[in-house]
Design a binder for this molecule. Structure first.
Ligand SMILES: NC(=O)c1ccc[n+]([C@@H]2O[C@H](COP(=O)([O-])OP(=O)(O)OC[C@H]3O[C@@H](n4cnc5c(N)ncnc54)[C@H](O)[C@@H]3O)[C@@H](O)[C@H]2O)c1
Length: 285
């Protein structure tokens, strides 16, 4: 159902790789809600994925850009605002990648060159997008910028690796730039901390099916899907949330406030007495 929440708004959407991507679902919803926007991804991802199909569906164009490259971003902003006939009202940063995760390097055996890449792609790119937009004055007053985060930024989750550090920095950038952009132009900047979601980036995390199951059991409302995340993002781009800024907003079915749930406890109860599952702390794991 459409409510015309983004009627008359212009946007820029990073990170639609294929139809599982959170950015893809958000583009579809933004289109339904009356927005016009341009899509962007790296040349390699454009080849690997199906973003052209999405562009057709949303009656728009794709402009190639590596979000770690400021020249690419300048070109993207010039071309994007020219195509749309004005500045952006909303921007979605839906970008994440860790070469350490991809290559199976654990957190106590990180390759530091890869770590730099993880931080650059998954966090600094957000600063680069904001700083480049700021210098080019590319966002309208009362605009809204959102980046996607994950709870591992604040609590240790086995297997999330150096992406946890990148997400912590990402959330901090939202606060620091949120102050500047809010003060100067009433532009709000937030991160949305989404439930684990089966996408290309998500699926790369070690033991992801277990993380999905655990989070689902722990969340009173169950895991939030990519479609539900898109719905939430639409509200954040709309005029209904104009005073929400510098926040990390959990969109996770209640997971972040839970300690233990009945559904998660049941895993331990299945045919096992408590004493059977007691961890032997004398053994190093
Ligand atoms: N899937 C999950 O479980 C989950 C949970 C919480 C947060 N997130 C976050 O959501 C965001 C979107 O991920 P997704 O799950 O939709 O996966 P996805 O793989 O569909 O999207 C990741 C995108 O990042 C893009 N990207 C990588 N390097 C880039 C670069 N240098 N420049 C520009 N784009 C680049 C990829 O091309 C891809 O489109 C990420 O920030 C991710 O960390 C995902």
């Amino acid at each position: 159902m459409s409510y015309n929440l983004l009627k008359g708004k212009r946007g820029l959407i990073f990170g639609a790789l294929n139809e599982n991507s959170i950015a893809w679902k958000t583009a579809v919803r933004a289109y339904e809600e009356g927005a016009v926007f341009v899509l962007t991804n790296t040349p390699a991802s454009m080849k690997m994925g199906t973003i052209d199909q999405l562009a057709k569906q949303c009656n728009t164009i794709v402009i190639a850009a590596d979000a770690t490259n400021v020249e690419d971003l300048e070109n993207l902003i010039h071309k994007g605002t020219e195509y749309l006939g004005g500045k952006f009202d909303f921007i979605l940063h839906s970008i994440g990648m860790s070469p350490n995760v991809r290559k199976g390097r654990t957190y106590d055996d990180l390759d530091y060159h890869y770590l730099h890449q993880t931080i650059d792609i998954s966090a600094l790119s957000f600063h680069k997008v904001l700083q480049t937009c700021h210098k080019l004055d590319a966002i309208n007053d009362w605009g809204s910028v959102v980046a996607l985060s994950y709870i591992a930024s604040q609590r240790t989750l086995y297997g999330y690796n150096d992406m946890a550090d990148a997400k912590a920095l990402l959330e901090s950038i939202a606060r620091s730039f949120g102050y500047i952009y809010g003060r100067e132009k009433n532009i709000r900047i937030n991160t949305v901390s989404q439930s684990p979601t089966m996408t290309t980036a998500g699926g790369g995390i070690m033991g992801f099916d277990k993380i999905l199951d655990f989070a689902d059991r722990m969340s009173p409302l169950g895991n939030a899907t990519a479609e539900e995340c898109a719905d939430y993002l639409i509200t954040l781009f709309s005029d209904l949330t104009r005073k929400v800024t510098m926040q990390n907003l959990f969109h996770d079915g209640g997971y972040s406030s839970m300690g233990m749930s009945k559904a998660a406890m049941s895993v331990y109860n299945e045919g096992l007495e408590y004493t059977d599952v007691k961890i032997d702390r004398s053994k190093k794991k």
